[in-house]
Design a protein around this ligand. Structure first.
Ligand SMILES: Cc1ncc(COP(=O)(O)O)c(C=O)c1O
Length: 382
């Protein structure tokens, strides 16, 4: 039995997405910048996808710039503002994905910017007070994600954006994990920049978007042929973008299915919490409906991941990008979790294809591991 419970790392392609992409790859030779009929056909398909992605977050199509994924869009967001403003400070939450934290650090190391990390509380939330404490007169950009990829914790972005606006500072939010799982409304968030990624919403890997407020002056990421409103040059990856568009439309239509995932997740959580060795992180915070992060005291997360993998179950230890290293998750450390316990972190993220049988199988294998731990502890007289 193969059980895939790592949807926050990547989702399977929706069959309708695959069909649209295959058709585009097979039948669309034109470059969308060409003015002949083949070019016009490609342009029409590109603009249809732009409208579909725009609709997912309720913006105008011209506010969408396609990128090669969430990582590029996050790098773009920091570049878009930092290249346009006098040197100053960036305020970035301590729990951001590395694709926000690392470009922010790079700007601080190489380009003369200063970086202020905004603290998270014990439940993984970034409060308005924490943002206020990080803001300085020279702060030019705030970046706080809509939902954390590890814990699933939702951030009060609209409230934070209000603080940023009052201080005259632009705000970016990484909505990669929230989009497709919750209703996301760009205007209601109050931000000027937002990141999306296709492969978290049953679209292809290697496609994403930066959504921008028309009133914000932003610097182009790539210079060249003037594609993407002159902001991101390069011939567009039409098939991936078409797939992203279809995935976005389906995601909006299927939001209602998240309630079923939340019931499965809550059931998993309740069962896990019956074991005294299990800690569920941010258990009381508002979270994505599909995400659960926990640790079993005495078990290393990477080892548990391998054991589950042997049993045919795919989960993640910390974030996908950090797995393979035994460093404890920066998100959990920022929440004040003890480093030893943080090293045990395992993330389960459900998706459209997840079933009760998947949860039962995971619980059965975990119960075996915990029983084994108990017996080992008895033998050792712990
Ligand atoms: C919150 C968050 N932001 C950004 C990314 C990066 O997106 P991509 O894989 O499309 O580069 C991820 C991927 O895991 C993510 O979870």
């Amino acid at each position: 039995m193969r059980v895939y419970l790592d949807h926050n790392a990547g989702t399977p392609l929706d069959p309708k997405v695959l069909a649209a992409m295959s058709e585009t790859l097979a039948d669309m030779p034109g470059n969308p910048s060409s003015s002949h009929q083949f070019g016009r056909a490609a342009r029409a398909r590109l603009e249809q996808a732009r409208a579909q992605v725009a609709a997912l977050v309720k913006v105008q199509p011209r506010q969408v710039v396609f990128t090669s994924g969430g990582t590029e869009a996050n790098n773009f967001a920091l570049h878009a503002v930092s290249a346009q403003r006098p040197l100053g400070r960036l305020a970035v939450s301590a729990i951001e994905h590395p694709s926000v934290l690392e470009p922010a650090r790079a700007l601080a190391q190489a380009a003369g910017w200063s970086l202020d990390l905004i603290a998270a509380d014990g439940e993984g939330r970034v409060s308005a007070q924490a943002l206020q404490a990080a803001l300085r007169p020279e702060t030019r950009l705030v970046s706080v994600m809509l939902a954390n990829n590890e814990t699933g914790v939702l951030q009060p972005v609209a409230e934070l954006a209000e603080r940023a606006r009052a201080a005259g500072v632009a705000m970016h939010t990484d909505a990669v994990q929230a989009a497709g799982k919750l209703e996301v409304d760009f205007e209601a968030c109050g931000v000027q920049l937002m990141t999306l990624s296709a492969h978290k919403i049953y679209g292809p890997k290697g496609a994403g978007a930066l959504i921008f407020d028309k009133s914000l002056e932003i610097a182009p990421l790539l210079h060249g042929g003037g594609q993407e409103h002159g902001l991101r040059a390069g011939t567009e990856n039409i098939a991936a973008i078409v797939g992203f568009g279809v995935a976005a439309e389906l995601a909006a239509e299927r939001l209602g299915e998240q309630a079923r995932l939340q019931r499965l997740r809550d059931q998993l959580q309740a069962q896990l919490q019956r074991h005294r060795q299990v800690t569920v992180f941010a258990a009381n915070a508002p979270r994505l409906p599909n995400t659960l992060q926990f640790a079993v005291a005495g078990l290393d997360g990477e080892t548990l991941l391998m054991q589950l993998d042997k049993a045919g179950i795919a989960v993640s230890s910390g974030s996908a990008c950090a797995s393979g290293s035994s460093e404890p998750s920066h998100v959990l450390l920022a929440m004040g979790v003890d480093a030893e316990l943080a090293r045990g972190a395992v993330r389960v993220s459900l998706g459209r294809d997840s079933t009760q049988a998947d949860i039962d199988r995971l619980l059965a294998v975990l119960a075996e591991k915990i029983e084994w731990l108990n017996q080992a502890a008895q033998v050792a007289g712990w």
